[in-house]
Design a binder for this molecule. Structure first.
Ligand SMILES: [Zn+2]
Ligand SMILES: [Zn+2]
Length: 172
């Protein structure tokens, strides 16, 4: 996903970029795939630097950590970074700096923002994504999806515990 700044003469500008979903590959067990992803940016020029600020948006297909069902997750995450040439950065910026930089490739005013987008998407995805806050998950005994059906395992378990308690208290 290339940002080409050579086509703009006056700043600030607002750009919307869409990535090829396949380009935003995320190697997480919980991520089935990316449906769509893109950046929405306000860009201000200052000297040789382009300040980019905006949002990363994506729709990703995830697997629920509890019930293992797939679901679509829509995310938005703010992002800001500076695009400039590597030479400029070397000569004008110190080593200690909290900004994020994306460098132009070669002498062109073109920058690949695929990694920026991928990072913004990755930090928005929980390590244990849930299809919904109160997902009841799978029954550990019979594997039934407890969002869809109620099995009898829980009942039996309660009985067993009650049984043990009765033994302990010498009731049986
Ligand atoms: Zn779930
Ligand atoms: Zn069960």
């Amino acid at each position: 996903m290339i940002l080409d700044l050579s086509q703009f003469e006056t700043f600030p500008i607002h750009v919307k970029l869409a990535a090829e979903p396949e380009a935003i590959s995320i190697d997480y067990d919980s991520v089935v795939g990316v449906n769509s992803a893109g950046l929405d940016l306000d860009i201000q020029k200052s000297g040789e630097e382009f300040y980019c600020q905006g949002n990363a948006r994506a729709s990703v297909r995830l697997t629920c950590a509890r019930c293992l069902e797939e679901f679509d997750f829509e995310l938005t995450n703010s992002t800001d970074f500076i695009v400039c040439s590597q030479e400029w950065h070397k000569s004008h910026r110190g080593i200690k700096d909290n900004e994020d930089y994306v460098f132009f490739q070669g002498g062109e005013l073109q920058a690949d923002l695929t990694d920026v987008l991928r990072q913004a998407v990755i930090i928005s995805i929980s390590l244990k994504p849930l299809c919904r806050e109160d997902c009841r998950g799978l029954c550990p005994s019979c594997g039934a999806n407890r969002n869809e059906e109620s099995c009898q395992c829980q009942v039996k378990k309660t009985d067993e515990r009650w049984e043990a308690l009765r033994k302990l208290s010498g009731l049986t």
